[in-house]
Write a protein that binds this ligand. Structure first.
Ligand SMILES: Cc1cn([C@H]2C[C@H](O)[C@@H](COP(=O)(O)OP(=O)(O)O[C@H]3O[C@@H](C)C(=O)[C@@H](O)[C@H]3O)O2)c(=O)[nH]c1=O
Length: 181
């Protein structure tokens, strides 16, 4: 598993070593020892999630203000553009975003630590998205920042038009959002 810090270096891209043979392929999709050595601290994953989205579905930008979740995300069918936004007050990269194309083909994974808002858009006809989280789902603490906040200026790598949940249509501007102290 190759680990590469992105432009916001706490967000780390993982590229597994894939063993292909006449049967198909094999790879370690998670190895705690390698993962913790790469991020530099221990985490306790407590929940695994799996969602399916049609083309141009955009989910995000989500975070939990308490019970903040670190997320290790990947795609097992199709392709998405995945985005993390630094919302840690006082961080030198506060309000900045990083993004990567994640696909079943490239098998890339993104580690998005607590303190970031997260979202993705489906680039293929459908995409199945899997992720591990370091804390449990807590709807009371769930918050959403507008996917199109001009102060963040995310290039979603897709023309749209995007399809959003009712909740995500109510996303607030970063300037009005509760952030991490
Ligand atoms: C996220 C989540 C949702 N749910 C339920 C609540 C709701 O009825 C249904 C759909 O929830 P949502 O619309 O919030 O799902 P979704 O928009 O996919 O939410 C997810 O988006 C991505 C971008 C993230 O980063 C995740 O942390 C999570 O916020 O599933 C759970 O039971 N557990 C969970 O952990």
């Amino acid at each position: 598993m190759q680990a590469t810090p992105l432009a916001i270096p706490d967000v780390i891209l993982f590229e597994p070593r894939v063993f292909g043979d006449e049967r198909g392929f094999f790879f370690e999709s998670y190895n705690q020892r390698h993962f913790e050595a790469a991020i530099g601290y221990s985490v306790d994953f407590v929940q695994d999630n799996h969602s399916r989205s049609a083309k141009n579905v955009l989910r995000g930008l989500h975070y939990q203000i308490k019970q903040a979740q670190g997320k290790l995300v990947r795609v097992v069918h199709g392709e998405v553009f995945d985005v993390a936004v630094d919302i840690r007050k006082g961080s030198p990269t506060f309000g900045q975003w990083v993004g990567e194309v994640l696909s079943a083909e490239n098998k890339k994974q993104l580690w998005i630590p607590a303190g970031f808002a997260h979202g993705f858009v489906t680039l293929s006809d459908n995409a199945e998205f899997l992720y591990k989280t370091t804390d449990y789902y807590a709807p009371t603490f769930e918050r959403c920042i507008a996917w199109n906040d001009p102060s963040i200026g995310i290039n979603w790598h897709s023309e749209g038009p995007f399809s959003l949940s009712a909740k995500d249509q109510q996303g607030v501007l970063l300037s009005e959002a509760e952030v991490f102290e």
